[in-house]
Design a protein. Structure first.
Lengths: 486, 434
């Protein structure tokens, strides 16, 4: 098997010479659902995961809503038709029935994969100080640091486990932020979601470490439908890291995740993402289709939700992490860097819905287009009649590298309260020749100069990332832009 | 076979019983049918259409929109709208030319100015030009409807090099006891180097519907200043679409002051086709009661080295709603584009609302494009400052609203026109004492 991996890796490198570092493919016998989507597929998934009846009913309800919905086409994206009946909706590593008790029992192939990704599952456990709930092909195989978190009452486990161990919590919050019929892709996810992460931080607890999940898409033709539910009870604090890489592949892979965040009174949630899925090759072949619904609700007064994202991968990104600011004095933040190179397309932004009094939101978005990439910021700021004295500040800047790319800004500002203030500003410009010249004159190569300038352009967002991610993100920016100048 | 939207049936029926214009050329009748078919295909817009998401068309319900207003009187009071300084003038009443009130004598040579019905009579083979807005109609079904039904309008054409120093004025007046529509079709064509200043006003009484469509063509180095005062009756509905094409180094600047109409919508689409052109779009809307006004702009840069400026100011009070949807598009070849767009709004009442959507769509890299949008109430500190100096609150608020709006009016170059707009702004403010 390791021979096959090496072969694949070699073949990939020689065929494309692509700069995608994480382009490898692990061959593990998967227990896969037959391709296609119908109620039986959903029953199969639910049975495989030994789910209770209420969850199966919930899934079926979502499926019936989905059947009546149409794919959204309002985004500035060119999407090849997606064959929903051709995809496989469930695939689990073989050890499903015989769950590993410790790391030693885990398939060595998996461990190697993690090593390449730099996931600190083994001896790096303590060193990195990160509890990792690694999702591999839809089923969680290992969760670290669980004991330590458990002592504080923090629940951090796979979604499937949460359904078994904490059904009352899951049932109470599932679908409360993103209802089944919210949108086409959220409905699809609700019907067929495979697994994901579940976090509950009890009242007054400050989670002592950054919680992190690495996602990987692996078996061919398997759409990944992650479901993440994160609840911070009164006065709790949690910082959550989500990062992902995917093996190189030729077919398009559909990914429709749903993330729901609930912040109760005085709670704070910081959710950071580095997204580095396979973007397709220079000709736009392959690459992940990433249709994600992420939304958080500041349910209680004085709560805060902060989204930070660095989007460098995927052929198509359709993603609008949003905040519903329901509690008085609640705060929503959105910091984003999105890069499109070659033929990548990104339509991303946020929604800030101000409901409570004195709610505040900040949006900082940096878009970088290179090659023939198309990058769209699409954001909504809505202040409802009761949102007295609410504030919003939005800044979106776009940087163009090369004359074949596009950068678009589509903000919606909807104000229903006179004491509310909303400000929006946006600029579009290119990397100035002066800056490039200055850097090159001091001996930097063109590519290093560009990486330096781009990092400076994104600084406001990168500084919001937790330390563990900030370093990786900076490198990612440079790798993503390779080949766009010179 | 194309699908006809069911809601368009009353208009399809009305078209059959339509009385054609006197001297209507056969080619025009054909074009009208094409326009009608396009309208039947498009149907009435809904809020699901992106360009119409902020326009609530419910005020159209129950109105007899297929009826045409007729010329019932020549005895109308236009005094408060006449611009003293204007050299020439056309008055259109309920969509029909009123010769007795118009002033068309002593037109300089190289100038054709008059009602579009006359123009069609004089140049029957040029009638296509007046209807040349097809690519625009997909966004604006009412422009297609206009093509099918227009009764009159105005045409201004200037030969190359002709410069008109004094403004030209068009007064649109609507009046009806029972609802009905006036469809106006206008054409402005300026030859290379020609210059003109155009002032349009819309006013009236009753719940009529104004549906105007204007095509503007500017040849190389031509300059058009275009000022519009929309002060329709408060029960009226006002739709106006302007489509302008800008040639090399041409200049188009336009300003609209919106004060009237229950429901109004102004669509401007400017296509910059020549290098080095300059486009300035501006406006201010002041709304109260249940008024609803939307401004939609699209500046499509298809040539390099052009400059665009947009400044729109909104003041919404009581239960009114204002919306601005602005789009700046820069095509791959339009390098060195310098475009700036700003939408600023004052929201004065808890029941009023503002929506703004300034949009950039950019496919060229060597550009300087930016936009901004703000929404908020009057500045408390400024209000306090004025009140501390003994100015009553109402008066202080009026002063601040005046100053806020005046900033946009200042972009109008012509002094007489600025005074004209200031006068109407003051008249609106005087009505606002609470």
């Amino acid at each position: 098997m390791s021979g096959a991996t090496a072969e694949t890796l070699d073949a990939v490198q020689s065929a494309s010479g692509d700069s995608y570092k994480y382009g490898f493919f692990t061959d593990i016998e998967a227990e896969t659902a037959p391709p296609g989507l119908n109620e039986d597929t959903i029953r199969f998934i639910s049975a495989k995961k030994e789910e209770p009846q209420w969850l199966l009913d919930w899934r079926l309800e979502a499926y019936r809503v989905w059947l009546k919905m149409a794919e959204p086409h309002w985004a500035k994206l060119k999407v090849a038709p997606i064959d929903y009946q051709g995809a496989t909706y469930y695939s689990a590593p073989k050890q499903d029935k015989d769950r590993p008790k410790s790391l030693d029992e885990i398939d060595p192939e998996l461990l190697k994969t993690y090593e390449k990704l730099g996931i600190p599952l083994r001896e790096r456990e303590a060193l990195a100080g990160i509890a990792v709930d690694a999702v591999f092909d839809s089923v969680s195989v290992a969760t670290t640091f669980k004991g330590k978190l458990g002592e504080m009452g923090i629940i951090f486990c796979s979604f499937g486990e949460a359904v078994r161990e904490h059904p009352e919590l899951v049932r109470k919050y599932l679908g409360t932020v993103v209802p089944q019929g919210d949108n086409f892709f959220a409905a699809l996810n609700s019907a067929v979601f495979s697994d994901g992460s579940f976090v509950y931080v009890p009242e007054g607890v400050r989670c002592p470490m950054e919680l992190s999940t690495y996602f990987r898409i692996n078996a061919a033709n398997t759409g990944q439908f992650e479901r993440t539910l994160l609840i911070a009870d009164k006065g709790a604090y949690v910082s959550y890291l989500e990062g992902c890489t995917a093996p190189q592949r030729d077919e398009n892979q559909l990914h429709a995740a749903v993330v729901e965040l609930v912040a109760l009174e005085g709670a704070q949630i910081k959710y950071s993402t580095v997204q580095n899925w396979y973007p397709g090759d220079a000709e736009g072949r392959g690459g992940i289709y990433n249709f994600v619904t992420k939304r958080g609700i500041c349910k209680g007064d004085n709560s805060k939700i902060s989204w930070t994202q660095v989007e460098t991968g995927s052929a198509i990104t359709w993603k609008y992490p949003s905040c519903i600011l329901e509690g008085d004095n609640s705060v929503g933040e959105f910091y984003s860097v999105a890069i499109t190179n070659n033929l990548q397309q990104a339509d991303t932004g946020t929604k800030m819905i101000h409901i409570g009094k004195n709610t505040r939101s900040t949006i900082i978005s940096k878009g970088i287009s290179a090659g023939r990439g198309q990058n769209t910021y699409r954001g909504l700021v809505r202040m409802l009649p009761k949102a007295k004295n609410s504030r919003n500040f939005t800044q979106c800047d776009s940087l163009l590298v090369g004359d074949k790319c596009g950068a678009h800004t589509v903000p919606y500002v909807e104000i229903r309260n006179p004491s509310a203030r909303a400000e929006h500003e946006a600029t579009t410009s290119k990397v100035s020749d002066d800056q490039m010249f200055y850097c090159q004159q001091r001996g930097l190569s063109k590519e290093d100069a560009l990486a330096l300038i781009v990092n400076g352009f994104c600084k406001e967002v990168l500084k919001e990332l937790p330390m563990e991610f900030a370093v990786e993100a900076q490198k990612l920016l440079a790798v993503s832009l390779e080949g766009s100048v010179g | 076979m194309t699908v006809t939207k069911p809601e368009t049936a009353p208009w399809l029926a009305a078209f059959k019983s339509r009385v054609p214009l006197a001297h209507e050329p056969a080619a025009l009748t054909l074009r009208r049918e094409t326009s009608l078919n396009r309208f039947a295909e498009l149907g009435l817009p809904t809020r699901r259409d992106e360009d119409w998401r902020y326009t609530d068309l419910r005020p159209l319900d129950g109105k007899n929109l297929t009826a045409h207003l007729s010329k019932i009187s020549e005895d109308i009071d236009i005094n408060s709208y006449v611009l003293e300084d204007s050299a020439h003038r056309i008055v259109l009443f309920n969509g029909h030319w009123v010769e007795s009130l118009s002033k068309l004598d002593k037109l300089p040579s190289g100038v054709w100015f008059g009602p579009s019905s006359n123009w069609l009579k004089d140049f029957p083979d040029l009638n296509m030009e007046i209807l040349e807005t097809s690519e625009f109609e997909g966004r604006q079904p009412f422009t297609s409807l206009n093509g099918a039904f227009f009764s009159d309008g105005f045409v201004l054409t200037l030969d190359p090099g002709v410069v008109l120093n004094r403004p030209i004025q068009i007064l649109h007046v609507g009046q009806t006891g029972k609802s009905g529509a006036q469809h106006l079709r206008n054409l402005v064509r300026l030859g290379s180097g020609a210059q003109a200043t155009l002032v349009e006003s819309f006013s009236g009484e009753g719940d009529y519907w104004t549906n105007a469509a204007t095509s503007i063509h500017l040849a190389e180095s031509a300059t058009l200043h275009h000022v519009r005062l929309q002060d329709e009756a408060l029960e009226a509905i006002h739709f106006a679409s302007v489509r302008a094409t800008l040639g090399v180094r041409s200049k188009y600047d336009t300003f609209t002051l919106t004060l009237g109409a229950r429901l109004s919508r102004h669509d401007i689409a400017a296509s910059i086709e020549g290098e080095g052109a300059h486009c300035a779009l501006g406006g201010a809307f002041l709304l109260r009661g249940q008024q609803d006004a939307t401004t939609v702009t699209l500046v499509d840069h298809a040539a390099p080295g052009c400059e665009t400026r947009e400044l729109y100011k909104g003041v919404v009070d009581e239960r009114s709603h204002g919306a601005f949807l602005g789009k700046i598009a820069v095509r791959p070849d339009a390098q060195k584009t310098d475009a700036h767009q700003l939408s600023r709004n004052l929201l004065l009442s808890p029941r009023a609302s503002v929506d703004t959507k300034p949009e950039l769509e950019i496919y060229a890299d060597d550009v300087k494009c930016s936009h901004g949008a703000t929404v908020g109430d009057l500045d408390e500190a400024a209000l306090f400052y004025l009140r501390a100096r003994g100015i009553p609150e109402d008066e202080a608020r009026r002063m601040l609203i005046y100053a806020f709006t005046a900033e946009a009016i200042e972009t109008v170059g012509n002094m007489a026109l600025r005074a004209y707009l200031h006068g109407h702004l003051e008249r609106w403010l005087a009505k606002s004492g609470k």
